[in-house]
Design a protein around this ligand. Structure first.
Ligand code: IMP
Length: 462
């Protein structure tokens, strides 16, 4: 039995889906489990011209006999999930529900939380209220759904058991919000309620609040029709994973977002709302820590970031523009253009310290082909001092000036040329120098290098 985790070492979008999908046959894995995030993630798998953009369904779905586990640490929008399932089946991949003799190939945790329609509205309002401090979220309701989870005023997959149970729960949580809103109003403007002259205002206000929350409730109750479609896939994910491991089978944990987007260890406040680092596996699936054997870190051969926040190695010049264009650096989920910069080993060392990487997969190496020079950031200068440890305080990170080593680039090559050169004597010496320096700076063996968008355009170095 082996349990292998694929965890992003940067700000997301490093090809975790592709690497996890590539590892399934290599490790003969029978389960792929997601443990954090939700429809904010975008994992692209390209197999023989079929492009699958997965957001919540684990990437093992392309293999008929792999169980895909949607862990309890995830937040799921039922309508979007049903849409994703339709998209997967329309591309020729089968999704099987649970039957009397066992699981199908997709299992959603009873303990996972639902993204409800009010979460989307709330996110718009919060982002707007922050003004120029807005995070630049994916607007999928992720933050508010996790807020409800922590507040313990949320709907879980346990609650979709029957329409009655679902509607009772929706009523309870909307009523809490309505009560809370009423209490706040009484505190802020007590005169409306105390002054008899305001009786009409009070009456009209109460009617308006009643109709607003009535609408919130009915919109949320409509979500049930999508929940009904998901019900045959809901079950005990922790049990399924532990059973598979007890039978000696191999399991892959597919991370989402990235180390620097982790709600605890990332560049707060411009982060997502879940634990994208390795600790998220334990809380987000219920599998004990000691059962995870290998942690594969993923990093692009350069760095990208979506949304706001400090980015020391960002390139706002024609080199950055070229990398963005060649690397097709536009968000899978939102289509937003990604910010681009040189690879930053200060970040990767930090990611290794948090996650304990056993191996590193470097993706999109081919995108750098054709550049005269390539740079590796090995340290920052902050307030006149050289710093090699990553400062997680964004206000400090904003002052970081990257210190680079510059290396000769290598020519443009097709993915096939990279693969055949690797087979016949190894990569060009300029590429080896670049990878060797990354290894020396980060201290983690590079075992995989991806050189094209197809799943199999990956070179195994071990
Ligand atoms: P949220 O996860 O939608 O709340 O967004 C919070 C921050 O995380 C924003 O800066 C997003 O751009 C970023 N983010 C969330 N998911 C991803 C992802 O899968 N890839 C890259 N950035 C992401």
């Amino acid at each position: 039995m082996t349990a292998t985790a694929v965890v992003d070492g940067q700000w997301g979008d490093t090809g975790k889906g592709k690497i996890a999908n590539y590892l399934v046959p290599l490790l003969n894995a029978t389960c792929v489990a997601r443990y954090n995030g939700g429809p904010n993630s975008g994992h692209t798998v390209k197999i023989n011209d079929i492009i699958l953009r997965l957001h919540m369904v684990p990437c093992g779905i392309t293999y008929p006999n792999v169980l895909n586990v949607v862990g309890n640490g995830m937040v799921i929008n039922p309508e979007v999930f049903v849409g994703e399932m339709n998209e997967i089946t329309s591309k020729g991949y089968e999704i099987r529900e649970r039957s009397a003799d066992g699981y199908g190939n997709l299992l959603i945790s009873t303990k996972a939380h639902l993204i409800m329609p009010w979460h989307l509205t709330l996110e718009e309002e919060i982002e707007q209220a922050k003004g120029d401090r807005m995070v630049g979220t994916t607007k999928r309701g992720i933050g508010p759904a996790y807020m409800s989870k922590v507040e313990r005023e949320a709907v879980r997959f346990f609650d979709i058991d029957s329409q009655e149970r679902f509607e009772t729960r929706v009523k309870e949580v909307t009523q809490t919000r309505r009560n809370q809103f009423g209490l706040q109003l009484k505190k802020i403007a007590p005169f409306i309620f105390e002054d008899s002259e305001n009786a009409l205002v009070k009456e009209r206000l109460e009617a308006a609040i009643g109709s607003y929350f009535g609408e919130v409730y009915s919109k949320a109750a409509e979500t049930y029709k999508y929940c009904q479609q998901l019900l045959p896939y809901v079950g005990d994910c922790t049990g399924a994973l532990l059973d598979a491991m007890d039978r000696g089978e191999n399991v892959i944990f597919e991370g989402a977002q990235g180390t620097l987007l982790d709600v605890d260890h990332g560049t707060v406040p411009n982060v997502t709302s879940s634990n994208a680092t390795v600790g998220g596996i334990v809380t987000g699936t219920g599998v004990p820590l000691k059962r995870i054997d290998t942690i594969v870190g993923t990093s692009k051969a350069y760095t990208t970031r979506v949304g706001n926040g400090a980015f020391p190695t960002e390139l706002n010049d024609e080199v950055g523009e070229r990398i963005r264009k060649v690397g097709d650096e536009f968000g899978t989920t939102t289509g937003r253009s990604r910010r681009v910069g040189w690879i930053d080993t200060v970040i990767l060392r930090y990611a290794d310290s948090i996650n304990g990487f056993d191996e590193l997969a470097i993706t999109k190496l081919d995108v750098l082909g054709g550049l005269d020079k390539v740079k590796i950031c090995y340290a920052y200068e902050i307030d006149g001092t050289e710093v090699t440890d990553f400062p997680t305080d964004e206000t400090v990170l904003k002052r970081a000036i990257p210190k680079y080593e510059t290396y000769k680039g290598w020519p443009y090559m097709t993915s096939q040329e990279y693969i055949s050169s690797a087979k016949n004597g190894g990569f060009l010496k300029e590429i080896d120098t670049y990878l060797d320096r990354l290894y020396e700076e980060v201290g983690v063996s590079i075992t995989m290098v991806s050189v094209g968008s197809e799943r199999d355009e990956t070179v195994l170095l071990k």
